[in-house]
Design a binder for this molecule. Structure first.
Ligand code: GRF
Length: 276
């Protein structure tokens, strides 16, 4: 069908250019006649091939090439695929705020939704201030159907956990394979797992006599704090360190690194979607 499209388009182009020169009563071999033929071949051909391609059911194929030509000529802007990100957070939301700030005006990544299980969490106020919709979730429904329908309705393509404590159900992981990341306030694989959050983590690090702690950004799988590690950064645990002072150091690292790492991972996901 593609070859037929080429053949018919070629014949039609020649016929149309002949008709035009005859209609304009241009003498055979005159320079004006050649000019018209060249114009029809250069530009008319592109239109005719789309019409013929459509009749032979090949429009998509030829439109893809025509678009490339128009991009090269600077006559058409490349359409950017926007990836909508949902941030799951249920705490103060300082990471969520940094992430929102980082992606303001981003050409291809949009923070489209805040998902939260606590209506009085600071992150809800942040979302309202930033005009980002909030999805308040309930535990049993989250475990049963993971709010997949709602996430689809917001066209979510990537999920970021930033202070979200509930276990992520398998159905959500299956829906977003390698498209959910989490940040943990210590150097995994140590000091992770169920109930290891907030000051408990920092206290455990100090009690164990560690000289270093830090952050770990990882993909989320079925087990708490277990997925593949994407990034980690370290800070010192000084003599006389308290859970509170260590938490401050760790927060600084989180704010510094999490948005940029998210951007890298989301853009890679976008690439893999385009290559499919
Ligand atoms: C962060 O320390 C993060 O590592 C952990 O939860 C905390 C959230 O803090 N997963 P915030 O709500 O972003 O301030």
């Amino acid at each position: 069908m593609i070859l037929c499209t080429f053949a018919v388009t070629g014949t039609l182009t020649a016929y149309i250019s002949k008709m035009i020169t005859q209609w304009l009563q241009i003498e055979r071999g005159a320079a004006a006649g050649w000019g018209i033929r060249i114009l029809v071949i250069l530009f008319g051909y592109q239109v005719i091939i789309l019409i013929v391609g459509f009749l032979f059911g090949q429009f998509k194929f030829f439109w893809r090439y025509e678009k490339k030509i128009l991009h090269r000529m600077g006559l058409m802007k490349k359409s950017v695929d926007i990836i909508n990100v949902a941030v799951f957070a249920s705490g103060a939301g300082s990471n969520a705020q940094k992430i929102i700030d980082h992606f303001k005006g981003h050409p291809s990544i949009n923070i489209a939704l805040i998902v939260c299980n606590n209506p009085s969490a600071g992150v809800v106020d942040i979302a309202m201030k930033e005009n980002i919709p909030v999805l308040l979730i309930d535990k049993s429904r989250f475990e049963e159907e993971a709010y997949l329908h709602d996430l689809r309705s917001y066209h979510i393509g990537f999920i970021v956990l930033a202070g979200f404590l509930w276990k992520v159900p398998s159905s959500l992981i299956d829906e977003f394979p390698r498209k959910i990341v989490n940040i943990h306030p210590a150097l995994l694989p140590k000091y992770g797992g169920k109930n290891m959050y907030g000051d408990r983590v920092h206290q455990a690090v100090i009690s164990a006599g560690e000289r270093e702690s830090g952050i770990t950004i990882h993909f989320v799988d079925d087990v708490y704090d277990n997925g593949e590690i994407i990034f980690s950064a370290r800070c010192n645990v000084d003599l006389g360190e308290t859970a509170g002072s260590l938490a401050k150091k760790v927060h600084i690292l989180e704010h510094e690194h999490y948005p940029g790492v998210i951007e890298d991972v989301v853009l890679k996901v976008g690439q893999s979607i385009k290559q499919r």
